[in-house]
Design a protein around this ligand. Structure first.
Ligand code: HEM
Length: 489
């Protein structure tokens, strides 16, 4: 048979041979693809039809069940939340591997109907980073918070002093009064001076609290489509309350636009309107401004007032640490009012606050994330659009960082009289990576101001044994408890 090369072929032969090449290349691609596909999904428990792994989880403490499961399946494992395939991330290092080392891949937010009701695709909190405008939206949200930070912290100090005044020489359950004290601060941050809008203030805060409660109790509807048809009333209630909150926000926006003065920016709504005008309206069109303000009050109110309540409870339960904080307050301030600038010189006070956030595990899960593309984590394949649950509780119980994690001990955050940077870097109650809390600095400083103002004036005492088992939720609340507040003078 005559030997021949490609150069000797006629057109017909060449077409035939390029088909052969095409077939070979396609086959090779298929092999590579199948190797990639063979990269396994993370391991996980067996799933029931319809409800998935939900029956395995404790209703009162699913974060604890998930942490225990990590001991069997590893810190990144897979299960089904109802019908939704879910990746659960546990402990600091694994959370860091995903949210920092692969921050872009894990920066999405899942398409949950409750997110959609609350945000209509226009909120910064509930929108994936891959969406158009998100980065800009986040930057502008940060900028608007910065603009009103100082005035908000001044008000927080004033309200904390008022609260201390009200508590003086009383025995009471402080939860409701702390809520309304912080509500004044957050409303003023978002919508302007609460004293000038008392009716709007009360209606707005009640709507926010209702939305938060419905999100808490109606969460399972996101995961079991069948349940949505059974619990139609609950879903309708959520939609109606979100709509009501938006109507109230629109009323406030119209007032802001009518009275707008670019030289007198008093709240986040003003700041966002100004940014919208200065930077070009398109990225911050009306709906985005409205939703950003709602993000601030929705995400900022619950966490801070509940954390203050936990701080009060722990002061009473651990009088020796209360005394250490009071000694630092007296030594540093010598009787003068506290300011945010005192924070760096008061490590014992900050270590107390951090230990309360850790021990009580106020926020057991971050907001749900999702993957924006196919990716891998610790050798496992994670498909695009995977629902990602970040178990912050597991971070607070990581014995490599926090030995004897069930013991309340603020000293674990102290090293040589200063805050211990190594421990602090691995303590992430506000999340980590590009979706970390936008109000972190504000929130922590507010806690600082409330704790100092109260302990400067008062001794906080236990009246009877306090049950510290939290009420589970997106933010874990303390059960009813009584405290005695005695004047220190
Ligand atoms: C110490 C108090 C606070 C704690 C412990 C806290 C905690 C968190 C956590 C865990 C997340 C989820 C992060 C993630 O999804 O990975 C978050 C997100 C968020 N927080 Fe906070 N937060 C606090 C205070 C605040 C305050 C005061 C505000 C607003 C004024 C605020 C606004 C937000 C917003 C808007 C998001 C969504 C960020 C995004 O999706 O990009 N937070 N926070």
């Amino acid at each position: 048979m005559e030997a021949y090369s490609l150069f000797d072929m006629n057109v017909g032969e060449m077409v035939g041979s390029s088909t052969v090449y095409l077939v070979i290349i396609t086959a090779l691609l298929c092999i590579v693809n199948s190797i990639v596909k063979k990269t396994p999904l993370p391991p996980g428990p067996w799933n029931f039809p319809v409800v998935g792994s939900l029956p395995w989880l404790s209703i009162n403490s699913p974060h604890k069940t998930l942490y225990n499961m990590a001991k069997t399946y590893g810190n990144a494992f897979y299960l089904k939340f109802g019908s939704i395939p879910t990746l659960v991330l546990n402990e600091y290092q694994t959370i860091h591997d995903a949210l920092v080392d692969k921050s872009e891949d894990f920066s999405g937010r899942p398409d949950l109907f409750s997110f959609e009701y609350a945000s209509e695709g226009k909120s910064m909190s509930f929108t994936g980073c891959n969406r158009r405008f998100w980065k800009l939206h986040r930057r502008l949200a940060e900028k608007s918070l910065k603009t009103v930070m100082e005035s908000t912290l001044n008000l927080a100090s004033e309200e904390a002093r008022n609260l201390a005044e009200m508590f003086t020489d009383n025995t009471l359950d402080p939860r409701e009064q702390v809520l309304w004290s912080m509500a004044k601060v957050k409303y003023t941050l978002c919508y302007g001076n609460y004293k000038k809008n008392l009716d709007h203030f009360h209606k707005m805060i009640n709507a926010v609290l209702k939305v938060l409660e419905l999100h808490n109790t109606g969460n399972f509807l996101n995961f079991i489509p069948l349940a949505r048809t059974i619990f139609k009333k609950r879903e309708r209630e959520l939609k109606e309350t979100c709509d009501k909150m938006m109507d109230m926000t629109k009323i406030s926006e119209e007032k802001h636009l009518a009275e707008y003065n670019r030289d007198k920016i008093e709240d986040a709504m003003d700041a966002l309107i100004k940014i919208g005008i200065d930077e070009g309206r398109s990225p911050l069109e009306r709906d985005r401004i409205l939703h950003t303000v709602q993000d601030f009050i929705g995400a900022g109110l619950d966490i801070t007032y509940i954390s203050i309540n936990w701080c009060l409870q722990y002061m009473a339960k651990y009088p020796n640490f209360q005394k250490l904080v009071q000694d630092e307050i007296d030594q540093v301030l010598e009787g003068r009012p506290v300011t945010p600038l005192d924070q760096p010189s008061m490590p014992k006070t900050m270590s107390f606050i951090y230990e309360v956030l850790r021990h009580a595990c106020v926020v057991p899960f971050a907001l749900p994330h999702s993957t924006v593309r196919d990716t891998t984590l610790q050798g496992y394949r994670i498909p695009k659009d995977t629902f990602v649950l970040v178990n912050l509780f597991s971070m607070t119980r990581d014995i490599k960082v926090f030995p004897e994690p069930e013991v309340f001990n603020p000293n674990r955050f102290i090293d040589n009289g200063n805050l211990n940077a190594d421990v602090l870097n691995r303590f992430i109650p506000c999340g980590i990576g590009r979706r970390r809390c936008v109000g972190e600095k504000l929130g922590k400083t507010e806690l600082f101001l409330y704790v100092v103002n109260i302990l400067q004036k008062l001794n906080v005492n236990q009246v009877s044994e306090i049950n510290s088992t939290p009420i589970f939720g997106l933010v874990q609340k303390p059960k009813p408890f009584q405290l005695n507040f005695a004047s220190r003078k």
